[in-house]
Design a protein around this ligand. Structure first.
Ligand code: SF4
Length: 159
């Protein structure tokens, strides 16, 4: 993973799940797996979040909540679906109120499979998310510079 210029903040939302994946996500935030060593921090505020980490499937009740949280996050942003339920609806897929995985409601960038998703897989997904967030941040900065009449050469110098 390359150098990151910002520590991305992670918003965790539990959709329709058994909480198995949530326990693994919490384990990742403890010193045992220490996901914070990659510079991320857990936040409960979507207005401050860069990475949306969702566990569990989407149901008719939480669909609007998930959409609203996603919309409240500033751009650029990255979405990570953790666990089979968030990826596809999982074991709840055929329940009367389940619509499916997170991508039935919002665009998902990274899928972390597993039931429950293993901490190693979650951390791998987070590392991919940080790299993607960095790429989108750079593109966003470039866009801003271009619209201010400022461009950078290949060495990153303003010309
Ligand atoms: S993927 Fe498995 S462990 Fe994770 S929330 Fe769904 S049923 Fe629970």
């Amino acid at each position: 993973m390359g150098k990151v210029k910002k520590s991305p903040w992670v918003l965790h939302y539990d959709g329709s799940s058994c909480n198995g994946c949530d326990i693994e996500v919490l384990a990742c935030l403890t010193p045992v797996y220490d996901a914070e060593r990659f510079g991320i921090i857990n936040t409960g505020d979507p207005l401050q979040a860069d990475i949306f980490l969702i566990t569990g499937g989407i149901n008719t009740q939480n669909k609007d909540v998930v959409t609203q949280l996603y919309d409240q996050m500033p751009r650029p942003k990255v979405v990570v679906a953790v666990g089979t339920c968030a990826c596809t609806g999982g074991i709840f897929k055929d329940c009367y109120n389940i619509l499916g995985g997170a991508d039935t409601t919002i665009p998902v960038d990274i899928y972390v499979p597993g039931c429950a998703a293993r901490p190693q897989a979650i951390i791998d997904g987070l590392v991919q998310a940080i790299a993607l967030f960095q790429k989108r941040s750079d593109e966003h900065d470039e866009y801003e510079r271009a619209h201010k009449g400022e461009k950078r050469n290949k060495n990153g110098q303003v010309s």
